[in-house]
Design a protein around this ligand. Structure first.
Ligand code: CA
Length: 439
């Protein structure tokens, strides 16, 4: 997900002096124990929301939350709490409320030549390893999301990493293989447990600077080979967006098949305000699952719990946003119903294995002014982009860099306290409350 869909027209010459990348990082080699779940054993009681039970939900259904920005958030001073108001490791809070997987994006080198982070969490291999280790302490597996870029990859842009920009396709695929191998080894060494690996993010026809299916599939296949080598028990996922575009998913799946990409999971973004009906989502994913024998899931979804911005950087979806489908009110109850209905849609899909909520922990850094927040976004990368990303991404980050555009879609409030909607991951298994009165 990204707020701008601008076409990149030029990449400026950038130094290949990448001294800030691939070094250091807090590896936790001491942690190598078994993954012990602290998931709730039954229904969580006391939740105020109405959550209709989802029928036929498998016990091993993946309940994911993307937490890619969480380290940058904490470095910026953000604290997370449990429902009792006590400060608590956010990964423990997620696990206690039914989350099973943490998704984390990985960029190759999200830093400029002086070591300044591009923002969006400055998500490199070291960050993924640190998040993976912390998540594993609470029984959470990782969904590792390789963008094969130095910054955001989405349907509007799939920019090649700086260090790979002059490479041939073959050289780039070797670089993608090596980067995938090295990152997954780093995560495992730190104690992370990898459940799934995405080879590309929202790759609607382009990836890593490649704009042909041969190029896209070559990069994907290189990533897949790396996953099979380092994490043979992990699922390999591909990820696309815009399920509402008629025929697109059948085309993508056909291309992957004809280019013999080795993958297990066909994943989709599904944002209810952009991406059509849940019925259509179920239909198009079931078609891929049945035609090619693949597992399918929603790798990104979210919904607003409030129309209000909390960090002085306007949000993607707000009370005044036009041109979107507002199926639910922008309330905690509305957010809960949106998430519940996406889980239901995937549970109804042939071979549907899970749903992952996008950036449930990305909240305001809490300053009293935009200037105060901006200083933190620039220093720690806790906004969607810093000014330092301008050279790499001049037409988007270079123009619009700033804070968080989805703080009103988090699963924690602006103070870091979990919203009741976080418990939807548990409550969909049992049902909760009574239907709210219609407005
Ligand atoms: Ca905001």
């Amino acid at each position: 997900m990204k707020k701008h869909y601008l076409i990149l027209t030029a990449i400026t010459a950038i130094s290949l002096l990448l001294s800030s990348c691939g070094q250091g990082g807090a590896e936790r080699s001491a942690f190598c124990g078994e993954l012990e779940s602290i998931a709730p054993e039954g229904k969580i009681e006391g939740n105020p929301l109405y959550v209709e039970k989802v029928e036929n939900l498998p016990d091993d259904f993946i309940m994911g939350v993307d937490a890619s920005s969480v380290i940058s958030e904490e470095e910026s001073g953000v604290k997370y709490y449990n429902y009792d108001g006590s400060e608590q490791d956010v990964f423990k809070t997620l696990a206690e409320n039914g989350v099973t997987h943490i998704r984390v994006r990985v960029w190759v080198c999200p830093y400029d030549e002086n070591g300044n982070g591009y923002g969006g969490g400055n998500c490199d291999a070291e960050k993924a390893a640190e998040i993976g280790a912390r998540a594993a302490e609470y029984g959470l597996r990782l969904i590792v999301d390789f963008h094969y870029s130095d910054f955001w990859a989405d349907p509007g842009k799939q920019m090649v990493p700086k260090a790979w920009k002059d490479m041939s396709l073959e050289e780039k695929s070797e670089a993608a293989y090596d980067f995938t191998v090295n990152t997954l080894k780093k995560i495992k060494k730190a104690g992370g447990v990898v459940g799934m690996v995405q080879v590309g993010n929202e790759t609607n026809g382009s990836l890593c600077g490649e704009t042909t299916w041969e190029g896209v599939c070559t990069i994907m296949s290189a990533g897949s080979r790396a996953v099979r080598k380092v994490c043979p028990d992990a699922l390999v996922a591909v990820h696309f967006a815009n399920p509402e575009h008629t025929g697109s998913y059948s085309t993508y799946a056909m291309q992957l098949n004809s280019h013999e990409v080795d993958y297990d999971v066909f994943g989709s973004s599904y944002y209810p305000f952009w991406h059509g009906s849940t019925e259509n989502l179920t239909k198009v994913l079931s078609s891929v699952a049945e035609t090619y024998g693949k597992k399918v899931m929603v790798l990104e979804t979210s919904y607003a719990y409030t129309p209000d911005d909390t960090d002085f950087n306007g949000n993607t979806i707000s009370g005044s946003t036009t041109g979107i489908t507002k199926n639910y009110p922008f309330t905690v109850q509305g957010q809960a119903q949106a998430l519940r209905n996406v889980i239901d849609a995937v549970a109804k899909t042939t071979n549907g294995i899970g749903v992952c909520y996008w950036e449930g922990t990305w909240i305001t850094v809490g300053g009293a002014s935009r200037a105060a927040n901006s200083a933190l976004w620039e220093k720690y990368g806790s906004g969607w982009a810093s000014s330092f990303a301008a050279d790499y991404d001049p037409n988007d980050a270079g123009k619009y860099y700033g804070g968080c555009a989805v703080d009103n879609q988090a699963l924690f409030d602006s103070k870091g306290v979990p919203l009741p909607s976080l418990q939807v991951f548990n409550l969909v298994r049992y049902g909760n409350g009574t239907p709210p009165e219609e407005n």
